[in-house]
Ligand binder design. Sequence first.
Ligand code: GDP
Length: 207
Amino acid sequence: PLFVKSWVFIRGVPAMKFLPPEGPLEVAFAGRSNVGKSSLINALVGHKGLARTSNTPGRTQELNYFVPDGYTGEEGNLPPMALVDMPGYGYAQAPKEHVDAWTKLVFDYLRGRATLKRVYVLIDSRHGIKKNDDEVLSLLDKAAVSYQIVLTKTDKIKEAGVPRLISETLEKIRKRPAAFPEVIATSSEKGKGLDELRHAIAETVGY
Ligand code: GDP
């Protein structure tokens, strides 16, 4: 598991004013609906039900905060670090108000959260970087928030294709100013790449 024995959900944040007090360093996870974000977070922390895996796509419009057990996130009981599950994007049936609300919340958060150290942007191995992923990468570049690409569900593609997919992905982000120039390939199902990702997170937050 990730650093500690157990992680807990402390709150869902629908707007900036509901954010926990700033202090602990944070890493966040972003990706299109169904990319495998909940599964990856659960696999990382070794806790199956932590991030719900069966969210109705496009429904959860909140930043979900997870911290090591024993902390409330309130002033006086701040955790050493936090994981933030960002709402999924790119759900085809999402009404425009949802997309606008998503963009506002996410952009406010990216711009306004000094303790946010890195965003892990999840990309489905079968689909690669899509138009709406590209838009999110541009948002991150504009907000000057460091991000790293994580490929998900690599068990769904041929093993021999993984190195090529990594280099193609690297090539696509080469000119992006805030992109970390390494791509991590994972499969939550097979437990692949999880230690590499844990290591990257540890380096990012120094925990
Ligand atoms: P989210 O919407 O991004 O949170 O995605 P979920 O974690 O709920 O996963 C979406 C679907 O992809 C579910 O049916 C998962 O079982 C499946 N899934 C997630 N990770 C993997 C993986 O590593 N390999 C495979 N084969 N399926 C996965």
